[in-house]
Design a binder for this molecule. Structure first.
Ligand code: COA
Length: 318
């Protein structure tokens, strides 16, 4: 039994924040941001838009593209670092917004920027086990709420958005393999240093040691490429598309180089989306599919690295 992708969707908030406007808010420049990150713009959610609202629009599109009845969705998984509420989960809120009242399961996954890869690996296991048949998997973030808009080294990097995917049990090959990892020794390098049970502070903001995170990300993604290829018995040349987490164009280029891939085989959205954490891979995948670049039967490698540290990959046949 395989997990096949039936359809995808994505949603970006209307407001775009370009580097020029950002350079009026903090001491930076378009030239600095583009040369270090490849980012020239990002989308910012409206004050009354929460993560579940972004997730709703992306999910509706994925459901429409899949041509399924929402009532057939027997599990909703939302990967997010910026949930609507402490509880209940954003997945429960989304389930209600979509009008899915069939008593299927719903829960959130927190693995920061690796969240979507984690969520796909969990969904794939549920389908393999026969426990669920049709799963809505979403990555949705309103990162703008946890960014310190006075910290020029971080606020230039992040954006808001949501991507969604419907997975269904099938005899045809879909997800080929998933790998997830974590190393909790690096919590302090990338975190929001406050929460519910420790240091409660509703105004706490994201903190990151940018250059060491950069180095760790490049080295770790190198290893996950080797691990994924070895486990699947595939060669680098078998992979048609790389759909990476969109954090920084230089990290993406390093992984493409490791795979011997031209940048024409990489779906890149970081320029206009910034880093949307768990939303970046499903939005990029949706873009690749809707532009007709990723075709039925293509082999796609998704990979991500994020706070925790967490990292992982998903290899699939479209
Ligand atoms: N505009 C202008 N100058 C800036 C700046 C900005 N937005 N942000 C930092 N600087 C300055 C620093 O103050 C520093 O100045 P100094 O040399 O006078 O002290 C200089 O630029 C270099 O800073 P540094 O942090 O070493 O830059 P960098 O080349 O490492 O680039 C990042 C910074 C954040 C772009 C880069 O480290 C990065 O992309 N890291 C990975 C982040 C990431 O992807 N995280 C998510 C993983 S999921």
């Amino acid at each position: 039994m395989f997990s096949r992708i039936l359809g995808t969707g994505a949603y970006l908030p209307q407001r775009e924040l370009g580097n020029k406007e950002l350079s009026l808010m903090v001491d930076t420049s378009d030239e600095w941001i583009v040369s270090r990150t490849g980012i020239y713009s990002r989308h910012i959610a409206a004050a009354d838009e929460a993560t579940s609202d972004l997730a709703f629009h992306a999910s509706r599109q994925a459901i429409d593209n899949s041509r399924i009845d929402p009532a057939s969705i027997d599990l909703v998984i939302v990967a997010t670092t910026t949930p609507d509420l402490v509880f209940p989960s954003t997945a429960c809120i989304l389930q209600d917004k979509l009008g899915i009242h069939n008593h299927g399961g719903a829960f959130d996954i927190q693995a920061v920027c690796s969240g979507f890869v984690y969520a796909l690996s969990v969904a794939d296991s549920f389908i393999h086990s026969g426990m669920h048949r049709t799963i809505l998997v979403v990555g949705a973030e309103v990162m703008s709420r946890i960014v310190d808009w006075t910290d020029r080294s971080n606020c230039i990097l992040f954006g808001d958005g949501a991507g969604a995917m419907i997975l269904q049990a099938s005899d045809e090959e879909g997800i080929i393999g998933c790998h997830i990892h974590a190393d909790g020794r690096y919590v302090a390098q990338l975190c929001v240093p406050a929460g519910v049970s420790r240091n409660p502070d509703i105004n706490a903001k994201l903190s990151m040691e940018g250059s060491s995170v950069f180095r760790m990300a490049v080295n770790t993604l190198d290893e996950i490429v080797d691990e994924t290829l070895a486990a699947s018995g595939m060669q680098k040349s078998d992979i048609n598309w790389l759909v990476p987490h969109q954090a920084n164009i230089r990290i993406i280029q390093a992984t493409a180089k490791k795979l011997g891939m031209s940048m024409d085989q990489v779906i890149v959205t970081v320029g206009s989306h910034g880093n949307t954490s768990a939303a970046s891979i499903p939005m990029a995948f949706h873009e690749g599919v809707s532009q007709g670049r990723i075709k039925q039967g293509d082999i796609v490698l998704m990979e991500a690295f994020g706070g925790g540290f967490t990292w992982g990959s998903v290899l699939l046949r479209r």
